[in-house]
Design a binder for this molecule. Structure first.
Ligand SMILES: [Zn+2]
Length: 299
C-alpha cells in the first residue's frame, strides 16, 4: 500500500515535470518565432531603406552625368566661340630683335605702361645677363635669334647654325633659369640673300627644313618698322611704317630692334602702340600656335 502511494506520487511528479518541459518548450518556441519575425522584419526594413538609397543615388548619378554633359557642351561651345573670336581678332605681335641692349629697360617700361607682352628675339650678349632675366620676369617671351648673329659663321653650315642656336639656348637657360620656347627668327629672315655667298642659293631651304624638323617654329614678319634701314631711323618713319603696314593685315608681326643706337625705336614705341590700339589691335607675345609669316617657300 505504501509502495503504491509512493509510486503514485512519483508518477504525478513526472507528469508535472513533463508538463513543465512541454510548456517551457512551447513558450521558448513561440518566443523564438516572435524574435525571428522581429529580426526579419527589421532586416527587411533596413534592406528596403538601402534599396531606396540606391535608387536615390542612381537618380543623383543620372542628374550629375547630365550636368557634366551640359557643362562639357557649354565648354566646347565657349571654346569654339573663343577660337572664332581669336581667328577674327586683330592681333599685333611686337617683336624686338638683336637685344638686349641699353634700350631694353626703357622698352620694358613702355610695354608695362600699356600692359602689353611682347617677344624678344635675342642674341648672346655677355655682361647683360640681368636684362634677359628682367625680360622674363616682366612676363615677355624670349626667343632665339642665334647667339652670334654672325652671318659668316651661322650661314656657313647647318651644323654651325645649330651650334649657335644651342649655345644661345644654354646661355638663356643659365641666365633666366628657364629654357626658351622653340621659337626662332633667322638673322636677316628666312629668305635672306647674305647666306648665298657662304653656302649658296639652296642653303636657306635646307636650313629651314632642318630646323623645322628639330621642332622649331620660325617667324619672319609682315610689318617692318624700317628701324634697321638707317643707323638711327627717324622716329616718324618708324611710326608711319608700322601703322601703314598694319592697316591691311589682321595679324601683325611687327619687326623692331633692341640695339644701342636704336633710341628712336624707343621714342616711337608709345605712338606705335597707340596707333595700333586705334586700329583695334590687341597685343600678344608669340607662341608656337601664333600666326607665322614665312618669306621662304620651302621646297
Ligand atoms: Zn637680327
Amino acid at each position: 500500500m505504501r509502495k503504491s502511494y509512493y509510486n503514485h506520487r512519483k508518477k504525478r511528479r513526472a507528469s508535472f515535470l513533463s508538463l513543465f518541459i512541454f510548456l517551457f518548450l512551447i513558450t521558448g518556441s513561440i518566443g523564438y518565432v516572435v524574435y525571428a519575425q522581429t529580426t526579419v522584419s527589421k532586416a527587411k526594413k533596413e534592406y528596403n531603406l538601402l534599396v531606396d538609397k540606391i535608387n536615390d543615388a542612381e537618380k543623383d548619378n543620372i542628374e550629375i552625368t547630365n550636368n557634366i554633359k551640359n557643362l562639357e557642351d557649354t565648354v566646347n561651345e565657349k571654346n569654339n566661340e573663343y577660337e572664332i573670336m581669336l581667328s577674327k581678332a586683330k592681333i599685333a605681335y611686337l617683336t624686338f630683335d638683336d637685344g638686349p641692349s641699353s634700350n631694353t629697360l626703357a622698352i620694358l617700361d613702355i610695354l608695362d605702361k600699356y600692359n602689353i607682352k611682347a617677344t624678344f628675339f635675342v642674341n648672346g650678349h655677355e655682361g647683360l645677363e640681368h636684362l634677359y632675366k628682367e625680360i622674363v620676369n616682366r612676363g615677355h617671351v624670349i626667343a632665339n635669334h642665334t647667339f652670334s648673329h654672325d652671318y659668316s659663321y651661322v650661314y656657313s653650315s647647318v651644323e654651325n647654325f645649330k651650334e649657335d642656336v644651342n649655345k644661345l639656348n644654354d646661355f638663356i637657360e643659365s641666365t633666366t633659369g628657364t629654357a626658351p620656347a622653340k621659337l626662332l627668327r633667322f638673322p636677316g629672315g628666312s629668305n635672306n640673300q647674305v647666306s648665298w655667298s657662304y653656302s649658296g642659293k639652296g642653303f636657306m631651304n635646307e636650313l629651314v627644313k632642318d630646323m623645322t624638323n628639330e621642332g622649331y617654329n620660325y617667324f619672319d614678319w609682315n610689318v617692318d618698322s624700317k628701324d634697321a634701314n638707317a643707323y638711327r631711323q627717324k622716329k616718324d618713319v618708324i611710326v608711319k611704317s608700322v601703322l601703314n603696314g598694319a592697316k591691311y593685315v589682321q595679324k601683325a608681326n611687327v619687326l623692331m630692334h633692341d640695339l644701342g643706337p636704336k633710341t628712336t625705336t624707343v621714342e616711337a614705341l608709345p605712338e606705335v602702340i597707340e596707333g595700333l590700339i586705334s586700329q583695334d589691335f590687341i597685343f600678344d607675345p608669340l607662341t608656337e600656335d601664333a600666326y607665322k609669316p614665312h618669306f621662304l617657300k620651302v621646297k
